[in-house]
Design a protein around this ligand. Structure first.
Ligand code: HEC
Ligand code: HEC
Ligand code: HEC
Ligand code: HEC
Length: 176
């Protein structure tokens, strides 16, 4: 009886509590409902054709497990936080912050770079840059500083990073 009362209270309080909680991940499919046409800048196909969309799958390969083992990790690459941190998003987030359409398998995705989108994804907010940023959208004045948080020699397969060349490969601006 007592336990039941506590549970009821917890249930009533939870939604209230979560309204103040962190933004959650909505997944690539949610962002790209609006970011895929030619007019919008084809962000979906540019991302799909980039290695970023395959970054998690890469961790499922023998090559990945081999390097994880050599580095002294006892878990498979795709279960190792020290690998996941550059190869996907959301692996260390509370399950309550992972939306139904969010997939860790989608690797380095929109929200890895632009921040979890639950609070800024609505059209009203998206159209207003300041509001979107206030709701968690991350933009970059100097994209290179973002890139080198992952493209650096902590990566076991680090290739010297050339920003101009790499950015040209994944650039996804909205046409003027
Ligand atoms: C309901 C449609 C819609 C959804 C869903 C949506 N966006 Fe947007 N987004 C827009 C519109 C409209 C703009 C403004 C485009 C413009 O300025 O021409 C925009 C702008 C942006 C910008 C550029 C902001 C700026 O002013 O520089 C980024 C970055 C962005 N969206 C990322 C995302 C990400 C990441 C997601 C998923 C979490 C997402 N969007 C989901 C419609 C949407
Ligand atoms: C969250 C970590 C992360 C960030 C931030 C990041 N990348 Fe990457 N990037 C990766 C990973 C991991 C791969 C390798 C994926 C694979 O091959 O499985 C990769 C691969 C690439 C590739 C394919 C060629 C190659 O080097 O393997 C390009 C091009 C690239 N990134 C460009 C960029 C640019 C430009 C930026 C900054 C605007 C950026 N990346 C930011 C993690 C990141
Ligand atoms: C600091 C970020 C970072 C960390 C940590 C990281 N990676 Fe990567 N990984 C990258 C980037 C970036 C690339 C793309 C190579 C490049 O352009 O430098 C990559 C590429 C790879 C590749 C593809 C290599 C190829 O050329 O075929 C494998 C496999 C891989 N990583 C496995 C792992 C494993 C396993 C771990 C954990 C032990 C790990 N990575 C940790 C960033 C990282
Ligand atoms: C590897 C990091 C990375 C990934 C992944 C990524 N973006 Fe971006 N995005 C950037 C950077 C850097 C910029 C340019 C600087 C800025 O506007 O913040 C940018 C710019 C944008 C813009 C604004 C373009 C403009 O003309 O101002 C939109 C819209 C956008 N991204 C949407 C997306 C969507 C949708 C996805 C997923 C399909 C995505 N991004 C994936 C890093 C990324």
């Amino acid at each position: 009886m007592f336990a039941r009362i506590i549970l009821t209270v917890a249930f009533l309080v939870t939604p209230f509590f979560f309204s103040f909680a962190q933004q959650s991940f909505v997944g690539v499919q949610t962002c790209t409902m609006c970011h895929k046409s030619e007019k919008q800048g084809k962000q979906l196909s540019i991302w799909e054709n980039s290695q970023h969309s395959k970054a998690y799958e890469t961790l499922l390969t023998e090559k990945a497990d081999k390097i994880a083992k050599e580095k002294g990790f006892e878990t498979k690459a795709a279960e190792t936080a020290e690998c996941l941190k550059c190869h996907t998003s959301g692996y260390n987030a509370d399950a309550s912050l992972l939306g139904k359409k969010f997939k860790i398998e989608q690797g380095v995705q929109c929200e890895t770079c632009h921040g979890p989108g639950s609070d800024y994804k609505s059209i009203k907010i998206m159209k207003d840059k300041e509001k979107a940023v206030a709701k968690g959208l991350i933009l970059y004045e100097k994209p290179e500083e973002l890139c080198v948080t992952c493209h650096n020699d902590e990566s076991p397969f680090y290739k010297k990073f050339n920003f101009e060349k790499s950015w040209a490969e994944i650039k996804h601006t909205i046409p003027k």
